[in-house]
Structure formats: C-alpha cells, structure tokens
Design a protein around this ligand. Structure first.
Ligand code: ATP
Length: 486
C-alpha cells in the first residue's frame, strides 16, 4: 500500500508538503527567506501548541513536585560567564591573512562546494561536505584546516589561500542594552532556557514552598548562531526548548537520572512514536559539568538524530551562580538540619525538533488499490489524533436542503471540546484528501438521513473506513480518542 520513497527524496517532499499545507514557511519568505529561521502557519502552530501543551501537562500535572516558570529571554550578562557560555559555547571560524576577511568555516566550505557543483563536480562537492560534517562532529579543527588547504579554497576578496588556523566562534547572539553601545552594555539572547531556571532556583523553592526532590519546568525561545544550518527545522537559529531541571540530594542523582531517562522515553510512546524509531545514545564524552548524559534519538529520514538530552548536571550551575553572584544557592533540609547545593537532572527537548519528528513519522504517500478503475493515491499525515491540528472536519454532502445548518449546529456542540473545521466546497472525496493532507483524523459527512435520525457517516483517516453513528456518539468517541495519558 505504501509507495516507498528513498530518504533522500522523502525529506524534500516533507519540507514541500509542510509549506504547501500551511505548517511551516521560511521566515520572511517574500524576501527569499532567512537562513535557518522559520515561521509556523495555521496548522503548524496548532500542532506545535498541542505538543507543547502535552509536555507541560505531563510535567506539571502528572508529576508531583514540578512547577513552572516563564523567565525572560534577556538575562544579566554575568549569567553567561557563570554558566560557561561566554568562554566555551563556540564553533569554528577562520581569517584570511591578506584580505583580513573572517569566515565561518562551514560557510566557506559550502560556498566552495556550490562552485564545484556548478562545474559539474557534484560527487566531489558531496564528499567535501561529508568530510566537513565529520570534522565538525568531532570538533576536529586541524581536520577542517587540512580540508581548506587540500581543496585549495580561496578567499573571495584576496583570491589567496593564506589562512589562519581554525578558531572558535561563539554561538551566542549579542545585542546592546539601552542606547549606549559599549562592551559593558552587551547582553545576549539566551542560548538555552535552563539558566533562567537556575537563577530563579531559590525564588521558586521559597515561594512555592518546594521540598527536595522537586523540579522546575519551562518552555521558551532560545537562540544559537548555528554553524551547520541545512536541515530545515532540525537546526534553527531561533527555536523553542522545553526544559525541566530536577533538584535532588547529592548522592541520589544516579537513581534520578535513570528515572528520568525511562520516564522521558515513556512520553514518546504515549504520543504514539514507534519504539523502533527511537533509541538512547549515551554520551561517551560528557560536558565538563555533567557526570552522565544521554540523548533520545529519532530515526529521521536523514538518520538517527538527537531530539532530547537528559543530563546529570551535578551542582555545577548552582555552584557557579553562587560563586559569580555572591548569593548562597543552598537548600536547607529541615529533616537533617543541613544546608547543601542540590544536584540537578535536566531533561531538555527541542519543541521544533518534536514538530519535525511528528511530521516525519506521520508523512505517508499511499497508493489506493481500486477494484473498478485505476489506482488512486493520497498523501496523508498520520499525526497521532491528540496532536492533530484539526480533530474533526464536518462536511455537508450538499450546500442545500438544510445540511449546512445541521453541520454548523454539530460543530457548535463540539467546538469548545476540540478543534473543528467546516467545508462545503468540492466533492466529498476531494474534501477527504485535503483533510488527509493536514492530518485530520476524523471527517463526518452530514447527509439527508441525518435530518431524519441524527446519525452521520464518520470516516477514519488512517484506515479510510466509514461507519454510521449517532452524532452524539461521534462526539463522545472523538473526545475519548484525543485524550493523551497523563
Ligand atoms: P545538537 O547536538 O543537535 O546541536 P545540542 O546537544 O547542542 O544539540 P542541547 O544543548 O542539549 O542540544 O539542547 C537540548 C535540545 O534543544 C536538543 O536536544 C534539541 O532538541 C534542541 N536544540 C538544540 N539546538 C537546536 C537548534 N539549533 N534548533 C532546534 N533545536 C535545537
């Protein structure tokens, strides 16, 4: 039934579909877009909101001892000194000694690859890009310089190959606070939401009267001047993170790390992601602040890649903020009468990567065998019903005989419970296809019999089967199916 497309063809089809059906547009599309920045359309923003909402409810309703905050994007610049981002949150760059022009290494190499492609050396260009990605993945700066030398890549201004060694480039976007532009006023767009949680640790603990172990959850924008930005919304320069920092007694972090590792995987299963497409990837080399770290990876069309990180961050962040702010970041344990700096387990997931995960998992091109006549085909988004942008489309069979009125009245009874859509244009078949393409799990057709007995045909997106049920029962059935387990 499923017409198999190769992953290389599949991903461009998903990107095109996301644009054509109002999920995701390039930012500033009318100006040819802005690299690695995207906007969500009517269906994309509903899908994103549903994922965000489920994560929030699961964290703050289903788990005792987790409360939320919504911290500002701008933070005191010392935050980033304390967290280590000013000194070590960076990517490679290179300068040309003759023109003094500075390049991001990936841009320079990509430009050269483009040139090779224009000269019909596509295979060589692809090899170059692969070698570059491998070097970046391993922080191999000598390897990157060696690539630039080996391919004799020139500066477009001086036309020479006289390069400095490859150096680090900070990924944080900076801007100026107030009207005076000097270094003292430089502030940063946060590269992660976590620091807003750490800086508020005591505010939250005291005002919400939290006892350890407890967690603080937050959803918000983060910004990174990413060096490799070629995979649609997988790697963006402005994106949204959903993070939870769980504060525990020193010594208990291993148990909590295992707990959150398992707990987070359950969440993916709850939203209907097949286990075969998920895997853990333990970090071999952990960051300086972590004593254990694992990624949850999803099998995207371009391979298994990280969607979420679970990190045992020790007491690094709170200790650093204590040191740099001069304020105690300790918790007082009334049971043992002891002060201590808690250890932290972090779960950090990219909301945009989850949207991409859902789209990639849902996108299917199907051939429909017909007994009489030629085969038909459809593109369907098999989005888990609870996350679907529109849950129910109500379609009157004709525009007359009072059917539109019945359809609208039915929507009125459902619309405060779930998102509905009304459409009367075109044949029913065409209307079904349009709903398939945006992932609507249920369509109800109102016909003349509905007038007599208040029943209608419900059509299921995935199986395309239809059955006749009372309207009241249809509403109840949909309400039950779209509930996610908490
Ligand atoms: P990667 O290795 O892919 O760059 P990371 O290890 O730097 O990711 P973290 O700093 O652990 O990522 O951030 C936590 C989560 O935030 C990631 O698992 C990912 O889902 C999301 N994320 C990070 N960077 C981006 C980005 N540029 N665009 C979209 N999502 C991102």
């Amino acid at each position: 039934m499923n017409k198999e497309k190769q992953p290389d063809d599949l991903f461009p089809s998903i990107i095109a579909h996301a644009k054509e059906y109002g999920f995701i547009f390039p930012s500033s599309d009318i100006y040819e877009g802005l690299s690695a920045v995207y906007d969500y359309g009517p269906y994309g923003c509903e899908l994103k909101r549903n994922i965000r909402e489920y994560w929030w409810q699961w964290m703050t309703l289903a788990h005792d001892h987790i409360v939320g905050i919504d911290a500002a994007i701008f933070m005191h610049p010392t935050t980033w000194k304390a967290s280590g981002h000013i000194d070590s949150f960076s990517d490679p760059m290179i300068d040309n000694l003759d023109s003094k022009k500075r390049y991001r290494v990936d841009h320079l190499i990509e430009l050269h690859a483009e040139e090779l492609k224009k000269n019909n050396q596509t295979a060589l260009a692809d090899t170059l890009l692969q070698e570059m990605d491998a070097c970046i993945a391993q922080d191999n700066f000598t390897g990157l310089k060696e690539l630039i030398d080996r391919y004799k890549i020139k500066c477009s201004v001086s036309n020479t190959c006289n390069w400095t060694p490859v150096r680090q480039f900070n990924l944080m976007f900076s801007t100026q606070l107030g009207s005076v532009s000097d270094e003292a006023n430089t502030i940063y767009l946060r590269p992660e939401t976590a620091q807003g949680i750490f800086a508020n640790f005591l505010n939250v603990q005291k005002t919400a009267r939290m006892k350890i172990p407890f967690g603080i959850a937050q959803v918000g924008k983060a910004f990174r001047n990413e060096i490799v930005a070629r995979q649609f919304i997988f790697r963006m320069r402005e994106f949204e993170q959903m993070e939870m920092q769980f504060f525990v007694k020193p010594g208990s972090q291993k148990d909590w790390y295992i707990y959150w590792k398992e707990e987070r995987l359950k969440w993916y299963k709850n939203i209907g992601i097949p286990v075969d497409n998920l895997r853990y990837h333990d970090h071999v080399k952990t960051a300086h602040y972590a004593d254990a770290a694992v990624d949850i990876e999803f099998n995207f069309p371009f391979g298994f890649k990280e969607v979420e990180g679970i990190h045992s961050r020790t007491d690094f962040d709170l200790s650093q903020h204590q040191k740099f702010s001069g304020k105690k970041m300790q918790y007082f344990d009334t049971e043992t009468n002891q002060h201590f700096i808690p250890y932290v387990i972090e779960t950090s997931v990219g909301l945009d990567r989850l949207v991409l995960l859902i789209l990639c998992n849902a996108y299917k091109e199907e051939v429909i065998k017909k007994e009489n006549g030629p085969d038909d085909s459809r593109v369907v988004l098999k989005i888990p019903p609870p996350l679907a942008p529109i849950k129910l489309a109500v379609l009157p069979l004709t525009k007359k005989d009072g059917l539109p009125e019945i359809a609208r009245a039915f929507i009125d009874t459902c619309k405060t419970s779930f998102k509905c859509f009304y459409e009367e244009k075109d044949t029913i078949g065409k209307r079904y296809r349009r709903q398939d393409a945006i992932g609507t799990p249920f369509c109800v057709t109102i016909d003349h019999q509905t007038k007599d007995d208040q029943t209608a045909t419900i059509r299921y997106r995935d199986s395309m089967l239809q059955e006749r049920l009372p309207l009241e029962e249809i509403k109840k059935k949909i309400s039950a199916i779209i509930r996610l387990p908490l």
